[in-house]
Design a protein around this ligand. Structure first.
Ligand code: AMP
Length: 182
């Protein structure tokens, strides 16, 4: 089976829920993909395939679905795992980054000692929409001196422009498949 076929299989494993969490949003639910052993394994393999031979020091995962995927990827590439969390969840000394939402703003945090300057890091999350969350995560990683090798997502919503936004920051972006619209 070639790569596009594999990816359309994976795309079919995602459940789409209209008008969740609010009217007009189609929620792309990856729990169905995660619950399918073959689809989960293939997703993890495919996510970091271009960097399979590279030395990766840390995989950073964005709360919460990025923890599930990022933990599996970290194991796969023999890297450490770094959680990027919502404000107020991490117990030790933190660094924070504020980013804009459609209405208002949000904050993500990392432990200040989660990385050593110069470490090579791959960022992982389930989905990229506007790219606001991932952009803030990349800024945090750069602030701690990391070299961000790539940002990897299972799902791209290209109409919202997030992947393009990250590429403009000079970070290679990998997505496995896309859904049109929001
Ligand atoms: P953004 O910062 O706009 O790129 O949003 C990305 C974050 O929001 C990711 O952590 C996603 O899990 C979540 N997200 C945004 N839109 C959706 C959607 N349509 N379905 C599922 N998750 C979404």
């Amino acid at each position: 089976m070639n790569a596009p076929d594999i990816r359309s299989d994976l795309r079919d494993a995602v459940r789409s829920i209209p008008d969740y969490p609010k009217p007009g949003i189609i929620f792309r639910d990856i729990t169905t993909l995660l619950g399918d052993a073959r689809a989960f394994r293939r997703t993890v393999d495919e996510l970091v395939q271009p960097w399979a031979g590279a030395k990766i020091d840390k995989v950073a995962g964005i709360e919460a679905r990025g923890f599930i995927l990022g933990g599996a990827v970290a194991h796969q590439v023999s890297a450490g795992f770094v959680p990027i969390r919502k404000k107020g969840k991490l117990p030790h000394k933190r660094v924070s980054m504020t980013y804009a939402l459609e209405y208002g703003e949000d904050v993500i945090e990392m432990h200040a000692d989660a990385l050593i300057k110069g470490e090579k890091v791959v960022l992982v999350d389930d989905l990229i929409a506007t790219g606001g969350t991932a952009e803030a995560a990349i800024k945090l990683l750069h602030q701690l001196g990391a070299e961000v090798l790539a940002a990897c997502f299972v799902i791209d919503l290209p109409d919202l422009g997030g992947a393009e936004k990250l590429r403009k920051l000079g970070v290679p972006v990998r997505t496995l498949f896309a859904f049109e619209g929001h």
